[in-house]
Design a protein around this ligand. Sequence first.
Ligand code: COA
Length: 256
Amino acid sequence: MSSSDILIHTERGVMTMTLNRLDRKNSITLAMYSAMADALLAAESDAATRVAVVQGHETVFSAGNDIGDFLHRPAGGMDGPAFRFLRGIATFSKPLLAAVCGPAVGIGTTMLFHCDLVYAGDNAAFSMPFVNLGLCPEAASSLLAPQMLGYHRAAEALLLGEPFMAEAALEVGLVNRVVPPTEANGVAQAAAHKLAVKPIGSLIETKRLMKKGQQQLVLQQMADEGLIFSRLLGEPAAKEAFGAFMEKRKPDFSKL
Ligand code: COA
């Protein structure tokens, strides 16, 4: 990873992780997952850090997992960097915010199910095209997407893999506010700084109480998905999909 692919910056109690790999549309490599997982762990145990924010660029949040890594360096099981990051966001005890503009593909969308507040630019486009890649949902999105979007809209997003835009995300409650893309990061920072001066004990207990009903279920679903995801990564459909992406052609699943 180039040391600048993830920028980590803490100011007045707010730790901000900025996805900064614009030439690859902020797709996330194993090294980037590791850096974010480490930053979340450090923020968890640092009493001075009270809130975390993940943000991208006003033109793109994230194109999801790096497809080259999918092809050459499989996720590495439940102790690998991607799962470490997923567990980190699912169990982060302090407020976690996101600012999302432009494409938010795959984990770019599914990580948002674990954020407490999400601010979107009006250019945000959310998609979970796992089936189109021969894969299955991750980040407990097979549980959380139907809960949040309703079954049929979740099926549209997860089976057809079709994108939905900021206004639709606002309607279902995946995002809190839609703002001009140039303002999204600033709006998220303002909310984070508002939270950072509130009593941390109350914030942590309130979040824990809101989540405790299904925390174990979420972690179990993530683990179940992870096993299937890892198996599917090695199968012909995924290899065809990634090969097609690299060769800039449409995948052909007709013979599989
Ligand atoms: N992994 C690795 N490289 C990626 C990538 C990814 N997930 N997403 C984009 N890139 C690369 C492209 O290959 C391209 O490289 P090149 O300049 O060498 O050709 C570069 O980033 C720019 O991407 P491009 O597709 O030209 O940008 P776009 O603005 O037309 O489209 C996206 C943006 C995000 C819609 C599109 O890149 C995309 O669909 N990416 C794949 C998303 C995906 O399937 N992710 C996995 C989810 S599980």
